[in-house]
Design a protein around this ligand. Structure first.
Ligand code: ZN
Ligand code: ZN
Length: 393
């Protein structure tokens, strides 16, 4: 009897511990602030699937059927609710609460925008003169939306898998990014692009196939899931771009991306403009022959970090930002008497997954795990539920 009591006690303790360690991970819902780039004062809602309840300032007002049309207007510190042209008054906080399968169609009236579909719950309040909208959405639905927004629609299923693992990893690593504003992540590239429910249902197949998988480094920390459009044939080291070394953002030679759409770019510039930019911004010796020679005939066969002459070192990442170049991976040659030509490779910072290279790999038959291991070094894929479990050991 005493033994059984002891076993029950231990089992209870273990299950309590398992529950409490997994509490940190929002495997069900995640709060995303949506339509954050738009200053919205009026919108219209219809159910697209499932059943919704309208909860206004904590009180259940009524259920919504597909026949109902809901209109919301921003008022001073409150939201006016109109259902089928009947005025229900003003509230601080209005929530449309659905279930796992429910969807709402959101049509902005002011400003006028095309409708979008959002899955699960939406809540509305007034902030600084505009409607603030939070989509409380199942993590998998959110990841599917991000996967399409970041990968583009009509990508291959295998590439969606690559992008979905990275989107999940990013979301969990940045779950507190906007916590002081009352939500987890915004819907812009500041966090991850998210436009609501994806159009390509293959994204959901990718989510299922990579269910709960995230990328961790050797110490079982979620990686910084950096990616870019095209590396130009060689990815970059994190220390060369961000100044901090990682065990996984390591430069690799990538032949897969070299013939893809964003693999090359060109920019013509007047010699005088180039020299004065270098002089003013970097105190570069533009008036010396050696400086001019190095500035007009700069070559990168493999990625460099600086444009150098004997007395000066100009960080290429600054040149890229200042001149709004597609990448830091460029060479320079003289054309005619007055100009120089920048011949560049790739598009983006060059860190981590190269999207066009990864798409090519998937087309050639590589699996998403191969792609992730190619672009990120010394990584593992693990189930997010095991994350805190392993780390506590
Ligand atoms: Zn954000
Ligand atoms: Zn590449």
């Amino acid at each position: 009897m005493r033994v059984i009591t002891k076993i029950v006690f231990i089992v209870t303790l273990i299950s309590f511990w398992l529950v409490s360690t997994s509490l940190f991970i929002p495997t069900d819902n995640i709060q995303i602030c949506v339509l954050t780039q738009t200053k919205i004062t009026a919108l219209m809602l219809n159910t697209n699937a499932g059943v919704y309840k309208i909860i206004a300032d904590g009180n259940l007002l009524q259920k919504v059927t597909p026949e109902n049309t809901i209109k919301l207007f921003n008022k001073v510190d409150s939201v006016q609710l109109i259902i089928d042209d009947k005025d229900y008054g003003k509230y601080k906080y209005i929530k449309l609460s659905g279930d796992n399968l429910s969807e709402l169609k959101v049509k902005l009236i002011n400003p006028d925008r095309k409708p979008r579909i959002y899955q699960n719950n939406l809540s509305f309040s007034s902030l600084d003169g505009y409607l603030k909208i939070i989509n409380e959405v199942l993590l998998d639905n959110y990841i599917a939306g991000v996967t399409e927004a970041e990968a583009g629609s009509r990508s291959s299923l295998e590439f969606y898998k690559v992008q979905s693992v990275l989107a999940r990893t990013f979301a969990l690593a940045h779950i507190n990014k906007h916590i002081t504003e009352g939500f987890s992540l915004c819907d812009q590239v500041h966090c991850q692009a998210y436009y609501g429910k994806p159009k390509d249902l293959n994204t959901f197949t990718a989510i299922e196939a990579t269910k709960n998988l995230v990328v961790v480094d050797e110490s079982l920390n979620l990686i910084v899931a950096a990616f870019h459009s095209n590396c130009g044939g060689q990815t970059a080291n994190s220390e060369d771009v961000w100044g901090s070394r990682t065990s996984y953002l390591k430069s690799v030679t990538d032949s897969f991306s070299v013939k893809m759409p964003n693999s090359k770019w060109e920019r013509k510039m007047l010699k005088d403009d180039w020299l004065s930019y270098l002089k003013i911004k970097h105190n570069y010796p533009s008036d010396k022959e050696e400086g001019r020679e190095a500035a007009f005939n700069f070559k990168q066969d493999t990625r460099k970090v600086y444009l150098e002459c004997s007395t000066s070192k100009v960080p290429l990442k600054n040149v890229r930002t200042d001149l709004q170049l597609k990448s830091t991976y460029f060479s320079i040659s003289e054309i005619g008497k007055d100009s120089v030509l920048f011949k560049g490779k790739g598009y983006g910072h060059g860190l981590g997954m190269c999207q066009e290279g990864a798409m090519r790999m998937c087309k050639l038959g590589y699996k998403y795990v191969d792609v992730l291991n190619f672009y990120y070094k010394n990584i593992q894929l693990i189930d997010l539920h095991k994350l805190t479990f392993f780390k506590d050991e």
